[in-house]
Design a protein around this ligand. Structure first.
Ligand code: NI
Ligand code: MN
Length: 221
């Protein structure tokens, strides 16, 4: 499984069965190095309706004629907005797609677009080629993250203010015990400025490898 960070909470995940983009905030993302038209994927996963996650989801779905995957309410919103395909799901549900398996998890946050609320936010556990990655979405810390303990990789927000900060993200690492943790949702805006090395030092004391990726950088899990 190859994971490429595109800044903020955006990741491209590739396996032998295909590739996906999660939370494709690119055009207005000051950290992103690619544009929506550069993206070639088999699905677009969106954790919630906030602009910094929904981003360019509809455009990428159109360009690739591929589904938007997320909660029922958010997928309906995207299809009304022009996405040619959608696959609505909900928290606790999973589905086997050609590229891999997707499970929706809880996230404690909001989910509104510029026109109003679109249901609950979520996270995703994506499994490809026997490897699993848990994108927690925007969330505060919650102990049920331990339900996904043992995933190969956890993508965790560390920015604070809107989500967990570093201290709670280290506790999340304790709950999830992933093989590898990758920090996200920091340094995009002044209000979420953080030093990811502080997270790395804290999480590595727990015996978990941390990889801090630069936007555009890829890692193999
Ligand atoms: Ni958000
Ligand atoms: Mn956010």
């Amino acid at each position: 499984m190859k994971i490429t960070f595109q800044g903020h909470a955006c990741f491209i995940v590739e396996g032998t069965g295909g590739s996906i983009i999660i939370d494709p905030f690119l055009r207005d993302n000051p950290l992103a190095r690619i544009e929506p038209e550069d993206v070639r994927v088999d699905a677009v996963l969106v954790t919630h309706g906030h602009f910094d996650h929904l981003g360019d989801a509809v455009e990428i779905s159109k360009n690739n004629n591929c589904p938007v995957i997320g909660t029922f309410e958010l997928v309906n919103y995207c299809q009304t907005g022009g996405a040619p395909q959608g696959h609505p799901m909900h928290i606790g549900g999973s589905f086997q797609f050609p590229f891999g398996r997707v499970k929706l998890t809880q996230a404690f946050h909001g989910s509104t677009t510029d026109t109003g609320p679109v249901g609950n936010p979520c996270g995703f556990v994506v499994t490809m080629d026997g490897k699993s990655v848990y994108h927690t979405g925007d969330t505060g810390l919650f102990s049920d993250m331990s339900l996904y303990s043992g995933v190969d990789c956890a993508l965790l927000p560390i920015g604070d203010n809107f989500t967990m900060g570093i201290e709670d993200a280290i506790r999340a690492v304790e709950f999830i015990k992933p093989k590898v943790a990758i920090p996200m949702h920091y340094n995009t805006f002044d209000v979420i400025k953080q030093d990811p090395q502080v997270f790395k030092e804290g999480a590595e004391k727990l015996g978990v490898e941390v990889r801090c990726l630069e936007p555009g950088e890829a890692t193999e899990i």
